[in-house]
Write a protein that binds this ligand. Structure first.
Ligand code: HEM
Length: 209
């Protein structure tokens, strides 16, 4: 027999951060692709695109402080800590589950609980995106906003070009992450369950009695 357990996974500050972040990152991706194409888009003018990109970028930057300090000062940071034991074995096991295990009736190798909000693979991706990709995109974005602060040459290559390439590459990584993130979020008790959780804060877990 199974019973459903409710866990309060996503406190209000985290949900506010996530909602603002998701909306702004989507705007940044759409306007970023438009800006890269360099041509005038009939739907959004080039200058409007720049303005939306700048305002969203500044919002993501300030909002990142909420994520960073929210984690620093609450227990949420404990879900982002990686232990050396099973450093590769655990995410590989989870990847195998995603690749075929879940299609062949295997049960999840790392079921969620009060102590485990993320499975090992998910944890790695959240760390990569939130502690490497987003900070790089923010810092390079600030540089491109104030190009006078960028060093002129990095090994004879223009500093602005290096910054722009890094900014686009990380933006591309975040775009790919977002597609995978939304797909993986549909894997749960029901396809909409995780989306409801990030809005209400409560996550439902099926437990064998
Ligand atoms: C339409 C856009 C998005 C949707 C629908 C969405 C959906 C979700 C859902 C359902 C969860 C809770 C389940 C889980 O942990 O997997 C979640 C958590 C999370 N999302 Fe998103 N997301 C979006 C955009 C983003 C973006 C753009 C980022 C980062 C750049 C992001 C980073 C995260 C992180 C780090 C968590 C875990 C937060 C925590 O519990 O500490 N999400 N998201």
């Amino acid at each position: 027999m199974t019973e459903t357990q409710k866990i309060y996974f996503y406190p209000l500050w985290l949900r506010i951060w996530h909602g603002i972040n998701a909306l702004c990152i989507i705007l940044l991706i759409i306007t970023g692709i438009n800006l890269q194409s360099g041509s005038e888009n009939p739907l959004i003018g080039f200058n409007t695109c720049i303005n939306i990109h700048n305002v969203s970028g500044i919002t993501v930057t300030l909002n990142y402080l909420l994520f960073f300090f929210g984690n620093l000062f609450t227990n949420n940071k404990s879900f982002y800590i990686v232990k050396p034991k099973g450093f590769l074995k655990r995410p590989i096991k989870q990847a195998k589950y995603y690749a075929w295990g879940m299609f062949t009736g295997m049960s999840a190798p790392y079921p969620l609980s009060e102590k485990r909000k993320f499975n090992p693979l998910q944890k790695y991706f959240y760390i990569l995106v939130m502690y490497i990709a987003v900070p790089i995109v923010v810092v390079t974005g600030i540089g491109l906003f104030f190009p006078e602060i960028i060093i002129e040459k990095i090994y004879s290559i223009s500093g602005v070009s290096v910054t722009a390439v890094l900014h686009s590459a990380m933006g591309f990584f975040i775009s790919i992450f977002l597609v995978i993130h939304i797909y993986v979020s549909t894997i749960g008790k029901s396809p909409l369950d995780n989306f409801k959780s990030i809005i209400t804060g409560w996550h439902h877990i099926e437990k064998n009695k």
